[in-house]
Design a protein around this ligand. Structure first.
Ligand code: PGA
Length: 241
């Protein structure tokens, strides 16, 4: 399944209170109509504690262009796993995407390629699309840890650790090199980029056809910055007058 739409994920990590999130959503409502004419899907990934708040807001928007993502998922089904959030816990909330294997989870929570592969299975079992984060180091072992029949159902997000939160995005040539490394391993590869993407990123990067979306941290925290980024992505695609 290859789609021409781009998925833009707002990854808020462990930032924001619930009331700050409500404020962000209210401000962002002005941007939602401009998405309707675009081929973008915006997926908001709030902290777990505000999943219900964003879920209710997304339902209210009633737009195929705004949806909900979760920042992590249990590698296990429902059961005795204190602290873990599994697919059954979020049933009915409209979660469409699950970020798994973010480099911050690998670094601070010692997540392994095998655990990430289990999360992929849990997500897909429940109709949630996994966004599998990889760096240059984990790229090949992570893809190989996922059953080959499941790989085309994932979105792979290349996130070079040196470029996350630094304000400087990687260059397109290097990003596409990484894409070509895993292309032979994944049928109909869906390939995202994450790492300091903002409204001022290179137009060639924002409009690259081979990149199916962006994972956005810092530039998603302020709704105006995020709206500016979406405008910058839409305009090079020539879908906005
Ligand atoms: P950044 O974060 O946009 O702040 O670099 C990206 C990410 O960690 O997903």
């Amino acid at each position: 399944m290859k789609h021409s739409t781009k998925v833009i994920i707002a990854n808020w990590k462990s930032h924001k209170t619930d009331s700050e999130i409500k404020h962000w959503l209210t401000n962002f409502e002005a941007t939602v109509p401009s998405l309707t004419a675009s081929s973008l899907i915006v997926a908001i990934a709030p902290p777990m504690s505000s999943l219900a708040t964003v879920s209710a807001w997304v339902a209210q928007q009633d737009s195929p262009h705004v949806t909900l993502a979760i920042q992590d998922l249990s590698p296990y089904p429902a059961g005795s796993y204190t602290g873990a959030v599994c697919t059954r816990n979020i049933e009915g909330m409209g979660v469409k995407y699950a970020i798994v294997g973010h480099s911050e989870r690998r670094a601070h929570f010692h997540e392994t390629n095998q655990e990430v592969a289990l999360k992929v299975v849990q997500a897909l079992d429940d109709g949630i699309t996994p966004i599998v984060c990889v760096s240059a180091e984990t790229l090949i072992p992570q893809v190989k840890a996922i059953d080959s029949s499941l790989r085309s159902k994932c979105l792979f997000a290349f996130e070079p650790i040196d470029h996350i939160g630094t304000g400087i995005a990687d260059d397109l040539t290097h990003i596409l090199e990484q894409r070509s490394i895993i292309e032979p391993l994944v049928k109909d590869l869906n390939f995202l980029y994450g790492g300091s993407v903002d409204a001022h990123s290179d137009t060639a990067l924002l409009s690259a056809e081979q990149i199916d979306g962006f994972l956005v941290g810092t530039a998603s925290l302020d709704s105006a910055d995020f709206s500016d980024l979406l405008t910058a992505i839409i305009q090079p695609q020539g879908t906005q007058s």
